[in-house]
Design a protein around this ligand. Structure first.
Ligand SMILES: *[C@@H]1O[C@H](CO)[C@@H](O)[C@H](O)[C@H]1NC(C)=O
Ligand SMILES: *[C@@H]1O[C@H](CO)[C@@H](O)[C@H](O)[C@H]1NC(C)=O
Ligand SMILES: *[C@@H]1O[C@H](CO)[C@@H](O)[C@H](O)[C@H]1NC(C)=O
Length: 289
């Protein structure tokens, strides 16, 4: 009787141990394999227009190093040019952010007066999304702004359109939706200019699904009216469709920094320096011809 009791006890301990072992080692393999995928945040598409100028590689480096901190992102770098520039590819490869490098030359008739820079680039980005993206959010991120990475984490969950303040824009020092009692009550910007949506290009993002529902939406070749006319092309756009990010527009997460315009660098003296490192640095600069 005593023996049988202790045998039973050993049996219970043995079975218990086996059960705990199975629980620890085998159960995790029964988790659905798609679990990782479910925890992946919605994709972000960052559309960056660029063009050849002395600051180009510097600006792309700065923005790229910021984007490196953001998960599940595709960087659409779109150059106003007829040919791919090997140095741009070189810089993008080195930064290591997943990217697509596309070309979108501006039609010649717009290259005079107030040049609507970046328009053909942004429309090329929209074309890419229409063909290749189904979910997530896109954002027109110029290469000369300064971005807090928390902005990207906030914007990826936008359902339709999201807006937020942009610092260092016009004489008001900031361009922002005005929020009164939790509701939109106009826009604050040093230049309203009769625009329905007087906001900066860096001050909004749009969901890819919403773009798909508006097949005619595009950025127009009209200098200073690109933002408002693009948003108008997304209509119908109800006020209740718009989300106000950056803590209901009480914080600034992007700044329109703009770097000083540099003139082309003067050429180096070949006789003196042809056999030195300077000939490699020369290739990274935009030179006076
Ligand atoms: C869609 O993506 C493919 C593969 O990256 C690319 O070759 C193609 O040009 C894209 N389509 C558009 C319209 O940009
Ligand atoms: C380059 O340097 C050489 C040697 O000092 C000088 O003779 C020549 O004038 C310089 N060329 C130019 C274009 O400055
Ligand atoms: C310097 O090098 C370039 C290319 O290698 C060559 O075309 C040029 O003639 C050289 N100039 C001199 C002064 O040696």
């Amino acid at each position: 009787m005593v023996l049988a009791k202790s045998t039973r006890m050993y049996l219970i301990i043995f079975i218990g141990t086996v059960l705990i072992y199975l629980l620890l080692h085998c159960v995790p393999t029964y988790l659905p394999p798609s679990d990782n995928k479910n925890t992946e945040p919605p994709p972000l598409y960052i559309i960056t227009p660029t063009y050849r100028r002395p600051e180009q590689l510097a600006e792309l480096t700065r923005l790229g190093q910021t984007l490196k901190h953001v998960k599940n992102l595709l960087w659409l770098v779109i150059e106003d040019a007829y040919d791919w520039h090997p140095l741009v590819t070189h810089i993008l490869d080195r930064i290591g952010v997943p990217y697509v490098y596309l070309l979108a030359p501006m039609p010649e008739q717009y290259r005079k007066g107030y040049i609507p820079r970046g328009v053909s680039n942004r429309n090329r980005g929209l074309e890419y999304l229409r063909a290749n993206a189904t979910e997530g959010v896109f954002y027109f991120a110029d290469d000369d702004n300064t971005y807090d990475i928390s902005l990207f984490e906030e914007m990826r969950y936008i359902q339709k359109v999201g807006m937020w303040p942009v610092g260092l824009v016009t004489s008001t020092g900031v361009s922002s939706p005005i929020i009164r009692n939790g509701k939109l009550d106009g826009y604050y910007d040093g230049w309203i200019g009769g625009r329905k949506y007087p906001i900066d290009m860096a001050g909004f993002a749009v969901s890819v699904k919403f773009l798909h529902e508006r097949p005619n939406a595009k950025v127009p070749f009209k200098t200073s009216f690109e933002e408002t006319l693009f948003l108008e092309s997304l209509e119908p756009l109800e006020r209740s469709d718009i989300e106000y990010l950056a803590d209901e527009c009480t914080d600034i997460l992007v700044w329109h920094t703009q770097s000083v315009k540099n003139g082309p660098a003067k050429p180096f003296n070949e006789t003196l320096h042809n056999d030195t490192n300077l000939k490699y640095l020369e290739m990274l600069l935009v030179r006076k011809s």
